[in-house]
Write a protein that binds this ligand. Structure first.
Ligand code: ZN
Length: 245
């Protein structure tokens, strides 16, 4: 039944997914959004999956694969980590990813990134990594990262497709269109490198304020919305230089 609804929606709002090939000829930066325990590791917190989840597992595997290729080639990576002050809740969500807890740290498969020189880690306390990169003096860590590394293409992966990934992509494309992000040209969202959480309507019927969030459907909607802002959606990400084992 759920599958039929997803298929219906995909027929109503179809979009093209591409196979995108990256090479060292075009300077590319990898952005990893919130691949942290609080959203990905079973039982790790209020917004973590309650049981193993195929979409989230695939997102972690694919993100780790991309991160390995980028580190082997010393290409730039920026990792956003959702990190909240305990007194500042993020409405409408319950407390999650409090700074200093393991919830706000990278998942075990990506923890090694903290020791890599080509990786910039940015803790943020809002959905949108672009806004979350703003400093009090008005500078922006993400914008500086793009300019310092002369990034022309961004490859984006992470969680949640329809929330933090989408918000970041929307802001980035608006900023690019306004000329704030030169030399950035393209934003590519890797669909298999993204995931969102599952809160099916069958569960929310029994809760007071719960808003349904069926995973496959919302993942598709998130990608569709990103495509509508001008992002490319990649079903397959390939590298023209051979990947090291
Ligand atoms: Zn948050």
């Amino acid at each position: 039944m759920v599958l039929q609804k997803v298929d219906l929606l995909k027929n109503e709002i179809p979009f093209e997914e591409e196979s995108v090939v990256f090479s060292e000829d075009v300077k590319t930066g990898l952005v990893l959004v919130d691949i942290i325990n609080g959203f990905c590791t079973v039982g790790a917190g209020n917004l973590a999956p309650r049981e193993p989840n195929r979409q989230i597992s695939e997102m972690i595997t694919e993100s780790a694969r991309l991160a390995t290729v980028f580190c082997d080639n010393e290409w730039p990576i920026m990792a956003f980590l959702d990190s909240h002050h305990p007194d500042k809740l993020e409405h409408p969500y319950p407390p999650h990813c409090i700074t200093g807890t393991d919830e706000s740290n990278l998942v075990p498969a990506l923890q090694w990134l903290e020791r890599e020189q080509n990786v910039t880690i940015r803790r943020k306390d809002c959905y949108d990594g672009y806004l979350g990169s703003m400093e009090e003096d008005g500078s922006n860590v993400f914008v500086d990262w793009v300019k310092t590394n002369q990034i022309k293409t961004l490859l984006v992966a992470g969680i949640c497709t329809d929330i933090c990934v989408l918000d970041f992509v929307c802001s980035t494309l608006s900023a690019r269109n306004r000329g704030f992000l030169s030399p950035l040209e393209d934003v590519v969202v890797y669909s298999r490198g993204c995931a969102t959480f599952d809160f099916p309507v069958s569960v929310t019927r029994n809760t007071k304020d719960g808003i349904a969030h069926p995973q496959e459907l919302m993942h598709h909607v998130g990608l569709y919305m990103a495509k509508g802002r001008g992002a490319k959606i990649a079903r397959e990400v390939l590298f023209s230089a051979p990947e090291k084992p």
